[in-house]
Write a protein that binds this ligand. Sequence first.
Ligand code: NAP
Length: 336
Amino acid sequence: MSTTQMRAVLVSQPGDSSQLQLGEVPRPAPSPTEILVKIKAIGVNRMDIEQREGRYPVPAGVSSILGVEMAGVIEALGSKVTGFKISDRVFGLLYGGAYAEYCVIDQMATMLIPPAMSFETAAAIPENCYTAWQSIESVANLQRGHDILIHAGASGVSTVGIQIAKFIGAKRIFTTAGSDKKLEHCRKLGATHTINYRTEDFAEVNEIHRETEGRGVDVIIDYIGADYWNRNMASLTVDGHMVMLAFLSGAQVSEANIAPILFKRLNIHGSTLRSRTLAYQRQLKQATESNILPRVTNQQFVICIDRVFPWEEVAQAHEYMEANHNLGKIILKVED
Ligand SMILES: NC(=O)c1ccc[n+]([C@@H]2O[C@H](COP(=O)([O-])OP(=O)(O)OC[C@H]3O[C@@H](n4cnc5c(N)ncnc54)[C@H](OP(=O)(O)O)[C@@H]3O)[C@@H](O)[C@H]2O)c1
């Protein structure tokens, strides 16, 4: 292959995982403030599946290649890049283009990989850590002593979120998930109360109200949407905050009860990451560098990786996530 070309995962046409194929495309060239990275490991995210299906609103001007996070080695530097050198091990969040042998990333978005950290662990950090920090600390403003309910507890984002809630000093950390194995893992990460949503109803059995002496929780992190709307409203305390990050069960709520928003003075937030400016994302990068990376290095904080697939098996990796098998992160490995 010529030095102007590279391999990348391409989507033949919007659809299922069989549309994913390795192909050849032009290698990107760094602008003056960008860094060219030879990718070693890629983080898989739900939005990659939605983008593959043609259901994700990709920001204007962004690479059509899937993938928003990677770890690798610096191959070339833009003329105005400072603080990095060729061969440095780096990782970061992209707006797109991570499912490839090479990508370009702005220096503002780039982090050095701590010495003992693998490329796989580094690639698992940006999207989950930025999202969890943003929603729990910045948007919901969780405080020491608060109670929090984090849904989809074993999802990539929530495995980080549970640990951030513990680090901030939440009193009770409730979490829901679809299997006892996932819930056991959540307890190891710091969840204090776990609810298997397939066998228990987190609002109907009144677990949250019983455990909080009828008060409800201060914060809910929700990805489920329609199915959980009324139960989430019932589970929040006065002046509580709910941050909506996705709507995995759908966005149309039939018979929605909006009265609690008024009577309990609830704060309902929507939050996204990919549509945010580089300057905004840089604040989350700095929060991750200050609060999370040192704790990963000294093993106070665990980055949960479920499986590493060779990138030639990208279709199987997507199918694994679509089947909800993953407990934490799925990684694609590009090469040793
Ligand atoms: N807004 C943002 O800025 C932002 C950023 C990152 C991610 N997200 C979104 O947040 C969600 C989590 O991301 P992730 O990468 O951490 O996902 P993930 O690792 O794939 O985990 C998602 C989990 O949600 C559970 N789930 C799926 N459908 C469900 C349903 N209908 N009802 C109840 N539980 C369901 C499944 O676990 P169980 O086995 O427990 O059912 C599944 O494993 C995704 O939808 C993603 O697109 C949003």
